[in-house]
Ligand binder design. Structure first.
Ligand code: FES
Ligand SMILES: [Fe+2]
Length: 378
């Protein structure tokens, strides 16, 4: 049942739970600044995509990633493993490195804090502090000393749990993630691993700031019912009646066939089928008509804004015309999507609607809203 708020009062009888198959998630979970759903309940507990390991092939290669308010260093260590650390110095809390996007990664032999030169190795272990830390006040001697006066085991960098699917590197901020990446990804893991993702190089990145709650955007990918209204040009080339939306515990896959694709021998999919995958709640992987693919990162700013970071990977980072057309189409779909969800959110945030009414066939969106509720209640 649709429920309206009466003036500025909240409807007291709206259930905080989704108890009915046609109840949407109460609107306040999308609009209330006090509901710390985005950063704490989802992005701090569920696996989030960090970046492509191909971008950091050698020991010491690194990039930084912001997830909500958290700053993370993702680096390849001396043994070749990709690891992640909070970009926070144990001394007085400074950031250790400058913003270094995965599109322009850096290389460092050690991680040295610019504030007072505490220095860690690529395993995050504290290796040295300046002599000034112990020996003098007014005449600092900044030569390295072995660590003195503090326990190096307790004062290195704080590691963030990482795991990978092929070259796709994921982070989890929970002390003890409730489910492993493999458990969370389910069949998405083998599906992604069956694709030659590692053979592709990063080619382009586009960052967009979108004025709506990230779940408004994510929910919009639960249904194809907006295609006709929002993506009219695109669907003229799609064989929609042969499309299928596959729903799994934490991911969905839209299988579709693009007529332009049928003759394309280079494409990486079998059966002339393209895929669009959504992995709750931070990552979308697009697999389209070109010999390559895109990944989207959803990164929350606050309850009413998020960034969509779209990365495109191709066999040759010098784009072919087909690749460029793939990106143009992807960008156009994004713009159409942004317009739709911003319009939706603009009205929702007015507070008039307390809880939306879903159609009886909108069980996939209902399931998405249940995931949000599950995250709240965890
Ligand atoms: S805050 Fe990093 S060395 Fe002081
Ligand atoms: Fe869409």
């Amino acid at each position: 049942m649709t429920r309206w708020n009466n003036g500025t009062d909240r409807v007291p009888t709206v259930s905080p739970d989704i108890t009915d198959e046609t109840n949407a998630l109460p609107a306040r979970y999308l609009t209330d600044p006090d509901v710390k759903m985005e950063k704490e309940k989802i992005f701090s507990r569920y696996w989030v995509y960090a970046g492509h390991a191909n971008c950091v092939p050698d020991p010491g290669d690194y990039f930084t990633r912001a997830v909500g308010d958290k700053q993370v260093i993702v680096a390849r260590d001396e043994d070749g493993a990709v690891r992640a650390f909070y970009d926070v110095c144990a001394h007085r809390g400074s950031r250790m490195v400058d913003d270094t996007p995965v599109t322009d990664p850096g290389n460092m032999g050690r991680i040295r804090c610019p504030s007072h030169l505490w220095t860690c190795n690529l395993n995050g272990d504290l290796q040295s502090t300046p002599r000034s830390f112990e020996e003098t006040n007014l005449n600092p001697n900044l030569d390295d000393s072995s660590v003195s006066g503090v326990d190096p085991d307790e004062n290195g960098l704080m590691e963030v749990t990482t795991d990978t699917i092929g070259p796709l590197t994921f982070l989890n901020f929970a002390d003890d993630p409730p489910l492993s990446l493999a458990e969370r990804a389910g069949t998405l893991q083998s599906r992604l691993e069956s694709l030659p993702s590692a053979e592709y190089e990063h080619a382009r990145r586009y960052v967009s700031e979108v004025e709506c709650n990230s779940k408004t955007f994510g929910g919009n990918y639960s249904k194809c019912d907006h295609f006709e209204a929002a993506h009219r040009e695109w669907i003229t080339g799609i064989q929609l009646d042969e499309s299928e939306l596959e729903v799994n515990d934490y991911h969905r896959v839209l299988h579709y066939t693009d007529e332009a694709d049928v003759e394309d021998e280079l494409r990486i999919h079998d059966e002339h089928e393209a895929q669009f995958q959504y992995f709750w709640h931070s990552t979308l992987n697009t697999y389209g008509t070109a010999d390559g693919y895109g990944t989207y990162i959803i990164d929350p700013i606050d309850e009413s804004r998020f960034q969509l970071i779209a990365d495109y990977h191709f066999a040759d980072p010098d784009l072919s015309e087909t690749d460029a057309e793939f990106i143009r189409t992807s960008r156009r779909l994004q713009e159409e999507e942004f317009e739709l969800v911003e319009r939706q959110y603009e009205a929702l945030r007015s507070g008039a609607l307390a809880q939306g009414q879903l159609g009886s066939n909108e069980h996939i969106l209902h399931r998405f809203h249940r995931l949000a509720q599950e995250a709240y209640n965890a």
